[in-house]
Design a protein around this ligand. Structure first.
Ligand code: ATP
Ligand code: MG
Length: 401
């Protein structure tokens, strides 16, 4: 198997070799190349110490110098070059307390999580595969490097990484690795919620989001968050069709659609998702649960509540979920799409910005400044959402209560 390594990566490895250092691409990129997948990033591992790496390249950034990582800039792109290292003792199954450098590539590969992630490659040496990674790739297996119990005890995040890779690659988790996952699951309680969330989001945005079921089956869900566990701890997880684009708000909304909007909010808040995503998911979960009435006034009311892009997401989600049960029929959804197209084409007033009267006008008409102004405008908008031809100054001022 020949690997096509990008030219800048070749140059970095060549430069290190010329100065007598070993250097390889390593980890996820080797795995992905062997699978004919486009690697997300190219990590380089080398026997050179960080200071030695910095001497060899003009432009470098100390991204993770305490862990031995220097980013080498080639044009606009940066490539992480990390010194061979062994991880020291782990603190509460989180980060290693310390790392130490080693001149030995095998030592570096040994600290990596799974056999498929523990391979290195360069042109001169070919593949370095000390733990059967190629064979596990061929068989489609996620297996720890070394003793699974020890490896998950060192770092419990690996539990979720195993499930996430199994979802991304459609691989099975090897039996002893799976057994250890069940046993070490409680340690996940000590892993930071952000890191848990990143793994779950990658899992949901993968080719096999339904594998999130493994998080429940292996007894991990209760250590993710109480509400997360509650939602599907007893019941079955609804299908998450891959027709839904792999964007986090869409996949999370599809996953959480059987929860209440408040539960969805709590789960995502617990997991420290960004506020924008949380609010979009909550809105989508809410609107997925109720029928979209294919009549213009009802559609305008929904459209007035959310951003146009989120409204389109809602329609797309409902379409994708149609075979699995939504409150609408296919006909209703088609009708809703047509009618909302017309609402947009006609530029129907959907918000206070386009209302024919402003706060000033209602105050001039006698409404007391303060809360009453907002309420008056809101009730006028209601009238206009019902019938957009009412959006004139005269009509609205006459109907001001
Ligand atoms: P992705 O496609 O998500 O980038 P990846 O395998 O490249 O997958 P990274 O998180 O980028 O994952 O890590 C790069 C490499 O570092 C991994 O392939 C693995 O060898 C090693 N690694 C990452 N996280 C851990 C961990 N928690 N424990 C042990 N090794 C790890
Ligand atoms: Mg990576």
């Amino acid at each position: 198997m020949e690997i096509r390594v990008p030219a800048p990566v070749e140059r970095i490895i060549g430069q290190l070799n010329e100065h007598g250092y070993e250097a390889y691409i390593v980890g996820g990129c080797v795995r992905d190349m062997l699978l004919n997948r486009e690697p997300g990033d190219w990590d380089i591992t080398t026997s050179a110490l960080p200071g030695q790496v910095k001497e060899l390249f003009h432009r470098t950034v100390d991204t993770g110098i305490q862990h031995g990582t220097v980013t080498v800039m080639m044009g606009k792109e940066g490539y992480e070059v990390t010194t061979f290292r062994v991880d020291g003792e782990y603190e509460d199954g989180r980060h290693p307390k310390s790392v130490s450098f080693t001149p030995n590539l095998t030592e570096d590969l040994k600290r990596r999580d799974f056999t498929i992630n523990a391979m290195a490659y360069n042109k001169a040496t070919g593949f370095v595969d000390e733990f059967g990674g190629v064979e596990d790739l061929r068989r489609g297996i996620i297996r720890c490097v070394g003793e699974p119990m020890d490896r998950f005890t060192e770092d419990a995040l690996r539990i979720l990484r195993a499930i996430r890779f199994s979802a991304q690659l459609a691989f099975e988790i090897e039996e002893r690795t799976l057994e250890a996952i069940r046993v070490i699951a409680p340690n996940l309680a000590r892993v930071s919620k952000e890191r848990v969330q990143v793994e779950l989001t990658k899992l949901l945005c993968s080719a096999h989001p339904e594998r999130i079921a493994l998080v429940y089956e292996t007894g991990i869900s209760r250590y993710v968050s109480g509400t997360f566990d509650e939602i599907y701890g007893m019941g079955t997880i609804p299908p998450i069709p891959t027709a839904i684009p792999p964007q986090k708000h869409l996949r999370w909304a599809a996953f959480l659609r059987k929860a209440t909007p408040d539960q969805a909010f709590t789960v995502l808040k617990d997991l420290k998702l960004d506020n924008d995503t949380i609010s979009r998911v909550k809105t989508l979960v809410d609107l997925l649960g109720r029928p979209l009435v294919p009549e213009k006034p009802a559609l305008r009311r929904v459209m007035s509540r959310i951003e146009p892009a989120l409204y389109d997401d809602l329609l797309d989600l409902k379409d994708a979920l149609l075979p699995f049960g939504v409150p609408e029929t296919g006909d209703m959804l088609r009708r809703a799409r047509t009618l909302s197209g017309e609402i947009r084409r006609d530029g129907d007033c959907l918000d206070l910005k386009s209302l024919a009267v402003k706060g000033r006008d209602v105050m001039d008409a006698g409404v007391k400044p303060g809360k009453a102004v907002g309420e008056a405008l809101a009730s006028l908008l209601e009238l206009v959402l019902e019938d957009p031809s009412r959006n004139t100054r005269d009509y609205l001022l006459q109907h001001l209560k």
